[in-house]
Write a protein that binds this ligand. Structure first.
Ligand code: UTP
Length: 471
C-alpha cells in the first residue's frame, strides 16, 4: 500500500494517528512505517479491538466440563503397569532412532523476574551457577549419550531477544552441542493498543509490538521452516518446554512412549494442585476434548468440588510440558487455525501523538494480546495427560522474590539431588528441622534421573555444610 491507500485504510479503522509524524520522517522511515501498517490484518482488526482490547471478552467455557482421564505417575493397575513398561521401551526406541527433538519457548520478556537479557541466560544452579540454557544443553547432550542419538534442539526467540540469544550460544560454544543441531527461529508479534483501541507507536516510525505468546510457537515452528527441517531429519515428536524450569526432564521415554502408543497429537504433564485456586491452568474434559481452563475462569463450584475421599475433582494443574507431534503442527498450519487471544493490561511506553514525546507510563496503560499453546489441545484428535511430581520436575523461575523465585528454584534443585542420592542409599546431612544441611548439585552428565543414580555404585560421604558437585 502507498501512503494514500494506507491513510485511507487507517482512517476507515480509526488508526490514522499512526501517520501523525509522516512529514517529519525520512524516506526509509516512511517505508518502514508503511510496511508495518501494511502487515496489519484490517479485516479482523475492528472485531479484535472490540472483543479483546476495549472489552475483555469472557472466555468461552465449554458447555460440559468434566474431569479429564489421566495416567498416574506410578501405574496402579496391572493393565497400566504393562502399558507403562511397553511405553517406556517404545519411548527409548524413538529416542535412540532420533525421532524426538527438544523445543524450548524462550521468546518471553521475563518482566516479573526483572533480569536484563534473555531469561535463558539467568544463572540458577546452586553451586556452579549454571544458566538455564547451560542446564538444558547439558541435559540434551547427556540424553543423546544415554540413548545413543544426535539430539536436535529448537529454540524459539522473539524479535526482542533473538540476537542476544544467538550471541550467548556462540560465546558459550553451544555448551558442547553441535552448532548445526541447534536451530533458532523467531516467533511472531502482535501490535499493542491503548485501552481505547488505538494502536500505539513505540517510535514515530515504529508500531509498538510484543511477542505473540507461546501459542505463537505453533505457527512459528511451521513458518520458520523448523518443521520442514524436522521432517527431513525424521523427527516425529517435539518435546516442548519453557525456558524457566531447570527441573524439566526433556527426553522422558515414558511420556514420549505413552503419547506415541495412544496416537496422541499433543500431550501434557500435570501435577496435582496444592489448593483449589492455585494459579495454574486446570486440565478438564471440555465437551469431550482435553482442554485447559485458566484458574481465573474455572467456576468456583468446580474449583472447590471434592471427591468422596476429600480430594479435589479438578486437581490437574497444567505446567507447560508437552509432547507435540510434528504432523499435528503440519495439519494445523496446512488448513489454517486460530487460537483465542488472551488480554494483558501492561505498562507500554508509547509516543504521545500530540507532543511527539515518548511516554514511559508508571501505571498499566495499554493492552497486549497473546495466544497460549495449551489452547491447541482441543484441536488435537487425541491427547494424553501424565502425572508428574512437583519436586521432580517443576521449579520455574518467574519472580525476583517469593514464590517461584530463584531462591526457591535453587532450593528445589538441591532437594531433588538429595532425594536422588538418598534413594541410592547415600546419607544426606539434615538440620534438626529436617531440612538439608549441605549443598548438592548433580550435573546432567552424571545423572538425568533417580534411576541413573540408583544404577551407579556411588561411595559418597557428605558432611554437614559441605558443597558437593557431581559430574
Ligand atoms: P511466561 O508466561 O512466564 O511469560 O512465559 P514471560 O514473558 O517469560 O514472563 P513475564 O510474564 O513477562 O514475567 C512462559 C514461557 O513461554 C515463553 C517464555 O519465554 C517462557 O518460556 N514465551 C512467553 C514465549 O516464548 N513467547 C511469548 O510471547 C511469551
Amino acid at each position: 500500500m502507498n501512503y494514500e491507500q494506507t491513510l485511507e485504510k487507517s482512517k476507515k479503522h480509526n488508526q490514522q494517528h499512526l501517520l501523525t509524524f509522516w512529514n517529519e520522517l525520512d524516506e526509509s522511515s516512511r517505508e518502514k512505517l508503511l510496511d508495518q501498517i501494511g502487515q496489519i490484518d484490517f479485516n479482523s482488526l475492528d472485531s479484535k479491538i472490540q472483543e479483546y482490547v476495549k472489552n475483555s471478552a469472557p472466555t468461552k467455557l465449554p458447555s460440559k466440563i468434566e474431569p479429564a482421564p489421566v495416567y498416574p505417575a506410578i501405574p496402579q493397575t496391572p493393565e497400566h503397569k504393562e502399558k507403562f513398561a511397553k511405553a517406556k521401551k517404545l519411548g527409548e526406541e524413538l529416542l535412540s532412532k532420533g525421532k524426538v527433538a527438544a523445543f524450548v519457548v524462550a521468546g518471553g520478556q521475563g518482566t516479573r523476574l526483572g533480569f536484563d537479557g534473555p531469561k535463558g541466560d539467568f544463572k540458577v544452579s546452586p553451586i556452579k551457577n549454571k544458566t538455564l540454557f547451560q542446564i538444558f544443553a547439558e541435559s540434551i547432550k547427556a540424553a543423546g549419550i544415554k540413548y545413543g542419538f544426535q539430539p536436535h534442539w529448537y529454540i524459539m526467540t522473539s524479535p526482542l531477544n533473538d540476537e542476544p540469544t544467538r550471541k550467548i550460544f556462540k560465546s558459550n560454544n553451544f555448551y558442547g552441542l553441535k552448532e548445526q543441531n541447534v536451530f533458532f527461529f523467531q516467533q511472531g508479534t502482535e501490535v499493542n493498543y491503548s485501552t481505547d483501541g488505538k494502536i500505539l507507536l513505540a517510535e514515530k516510525d515504529t508500531l509498538a509490538t510484543s511477542p505473540d505468546g507461546h501459542g505463537g510457537s505453533l505457527k512459528a515452528l511451521y513458518k520458520s521452516g523448523a518443521v520442514a527441517e524436522m521432517k527431513k531429519l525424521g523427527i516425529e515428536h517435539i518435546s516442548y518446554f519453557q525456558v524457566d524450569n531447570p527441573l524439566i526432564n526433556i527426553f522422558d521415554p515414558l511420556f514420549i512412549g505413552l503419547h506415541a502408543i495412544d496416537d496422541a497429537e499433543m500431550s501434557s504433564k500435570y501435577l496435582t494442585k496444592c489448593e483449589p485456586l492455585e494459579k495454574v491452568g486446570n486440565f478438564c474434559l471440555g465437551d469431550g476434548k482435553v482442554t485447559v481452563i485458566e484458574y481465573s475462569d474455572l467456576p468456583d463450584e468446580l474449583a472447590y468440588k471434592k471427591n468422596p475421599d476429600g480430594s479435589l475433582v479438578f486437581a490437574l494443574g497444567s505446567i507447560a510440558i508437552h509432547i507435540i507431534s510434528r504432523t499435528f503442527i503440519e495439519r494445523l498450519n496446512a488448513k489454517g487455525f486460530a487460537l483465542p487471544y488472551h488480554r494483558a493490561v501492561k505498562k507500554i511506553p508509547y509516543v504521545d501523538t500530540t507532543s511527539g514525546k515518548i511516554i514511559k507510563p508508571e501505571k498499566p496503560n495499554g493492552i497486549k494480546l497473546e495466544t497460549f499453546v495449551f489452547d491447541a489441545l482441543p484441536l488435537a484428535k487425541e491427547s494424553i495427560i501424565l502425572e508428574t511430581i512437583r519436586s521432580d520436575e517443576f521449579a520455574p523461575v518467574k519472580n525476583a522474590e517469593g514464590a517461584d523465585s530463584p531462591a526457591v528454584t535453587k532450593r528445589m534443585m538441591v532437594e531433588r539431588a538429595a532425594e536422588w542420592l538418598e534413594n541410592a542409599g547415600i546419607k544426606i546431612p539434615k538440620k534438626p528441622d529436617g531440612s538439608i544441611d549441605c549443598q548438592i548439585e548433580i550435573a546432567p552428565s552424571f545423572a538425568l534421573s533417580a534411576e541413573d543414580i540408583a544404577s551407579k555404585k556411588i561411595n559418597l560421604k557428605i558432611e554437614s555444610g559441605q558443597k558437593v558437585y557431581l559430574e
